[in-house]
Ligand binder design. Structure first.
Ligand code: DC
Length: 220
């Protein structure tokens, strides 16, 4: 069973997916982490974003694995645990433009399909219900106001010892939204048959319960 959850940065996809994983025993696939691995490798190899040929080559060559069996996902880039590093500011600032290259997305979409194959999975990203799994059993589009999303990411950063100001996070959220919405391939978009949940004024429990009910209704 495939549950696709799309939405912008900070809409709560990751938190909600982890809860569904814990409560219902689904595998959780964070596709943002896949693009973040690519962005990290681009930074490590010091490839300018304009050098699309080299970036496509990297996308083709890197090996990304996500071990989501434990409570926290372990993200492996060429067998190295980069779970923390992929959340840093530098990666966050280049991940959206790097993931806008159409040939990169083609490669990454295949990687994601392979990762999810044959599993009960809740898979979160931007283009899951539209491109990666257009036939997903359930599609959710999670949204929230820019300000609340920036506030959530800011608080998450503090917990992870990433030093940022709220204003800096809000600016990055706006910029990434713009980039993610306006790219030519795999743009952030609600699939026509996705259920919209606006989490601006909802608690995590309220969103989780809504999604659990949708899954339960689907199974019956
Ligand atoms: O969910 P996140 O903030 O970790 O995602 C990081 C970036 O990865 C996001 O700004 C755009 C890109 N991304 C994407 O293009 N397609 C996806 N399915 C998931 C993420």
């Amino acid at each position: 069973m495939i549950v696709a959850v799309d939405g912008p940065a900070g809409s709560g996809k990751g938190t909600i997916a982890k809860r569904i994983k814990k409560d219902l025993g689904f595998m959780n696939l964070d596709t943002g982490a896949v693009y973040r691995c690519l962005a990290l490798e681009i930074l490590r190899k010091k490839i300018p974003l304009e050098n699309e040929r080299e970036i496509i080559k990297i996308a083709d060559e890197i090996n990304i694995e996500i071990d989501s069996l434990g409570e926290k996902d372990v993200i492996l880039l060429n067998e190295e645990d980069v779970s923390k590093e992929i959340r840093n500011k530098e990666v966050t600032s280049i991940v959206s433009p790097a993931s806008s290259i159409p040939a990169v997305r083609e490669i990454m979409v295949e990687v994601q399909r392979k990762m999810a194959k044959g599993k009960d999975v809740i898979i979160e990203g931007r283009d899951i219900g539209t491109v990666v799994f257009p036939n997903a059993d359930i599609k959710i589009y999670l949204d929230a106001s820019e300000e609340i999303r920036a506030k959530r990411r800011y608080e998450e950063n503090i917990q992870n010892n990433i030093i940022t100001t709220y204003e800096e996070v809000l600016e990055n959220v706006k910029l990434r939204d713009y980039n993610d919405i306006h790219r030519k391939v795999g743009a952030l978009k609600k699939a026509d048959d996705a259920i919209l949940i606006d989490s601006t004024n909802l608690t995590i429990d309220e969103v989780v319960n809504k999604i659990k009910k949708i899954i339960k209704d689907y199974k019956n």
